[in-house]
Design a protein around this ligand. Sequence first.
Ligand code: FE2
Length: 354
Amino acid sequence: MFETTAPEILEASVLTEAFRLRFPSLLPGLILERGHPSSRKNAQPRQFRMRRGNRMDFQKVLAWLRHEAIQNAGPRRLARWIGRNWAHVTYAVHVEPTWLEVNHLDIPVADLPEAHDGYRIVQLSDFHAGKHVTKKYLDEAVDLAHLQKPDVLVLTGDFIHKGQQHVKEVAHCLGRLTAPHGVYAVLGNHDYSVRNALGYRRHKYLHQQIADALTEQGIRVLHNESLPLERAGEHIFLSGVADLWSRVCDPDKALAGLCPQTPRIVLAHNPCTIERLGSLRCDLMLSGHTHGGQVRLPGIGPVALGPKGRRYAAGLYRLGNSHLYVNKGVGFGLRLRYGVRPEVAVLTLRKHHG
Ligand SMILES: [Fe+2]
């Protein structure tokens, strides 16, 4: 007696039928060993006991099935379909979520001072530090951002995915970021532990904890406020607003008192914030939040985003005199990205002669 494990695709009933049709001499032995299929209550479907004399017959069965698979188009197509889709899923889970890309964009800005023509803003967003977004991967994003030689670095929220566990870790990691004109941040809905527009906070003081940890590392967190970015005696403004769902988002306060002729860049985690600006001037808003939907299927688009999210899913948008750039983010909630690689965005301001 010996035991052998059959391939998973060979179900007991299929084998029995195959034996019945092609190898009748094997059938009595099989039924004796495993019982008839209809009476088998405690059967182990993937294991077969066979008599040594039947071993040759079993090999013949495998050879016959292999022959059928080659001759018959149906099983071949099924095998190809499984293989192809398994490869897509493997790629979406293991490759794309941490396959960073660098996107360069030129942004025309009216009234831009000569000194700021060619000014490079490097944006990182949505880190979602946690169990699956590791320190090693965040370090990679930081190094890639440095390679772009930024004049200023901006971080547009969602530093952690949930809870307080990874606050110190992500702050320490991002603390390595440096730029001649500084590193600035706004907080996202995950930092406020808010998961929807109702604004209910699970952890009331989490945002303060994150802001303190970032400040300790030399990152300036902007909370409904603005400051000048000076170069050769001229300046533009950089403003930052609190997350739209936090209930403390106040663009009027952030942009109050700024010279209307001076360009301003606004940092806001949620891209829909641009609709709250009304008549306030905003030359460029930098956002994140959507992660580009994380899964974008050909012909369908970002499957996980609702109509509101799809309005500003990812990339550059033009609204009146404003530009909006929606960053696809570095991290992820669920480790799954398909057609939406994580990114480091490099936005170069260009003087607009219009
Ligand atoms: Fe996010």
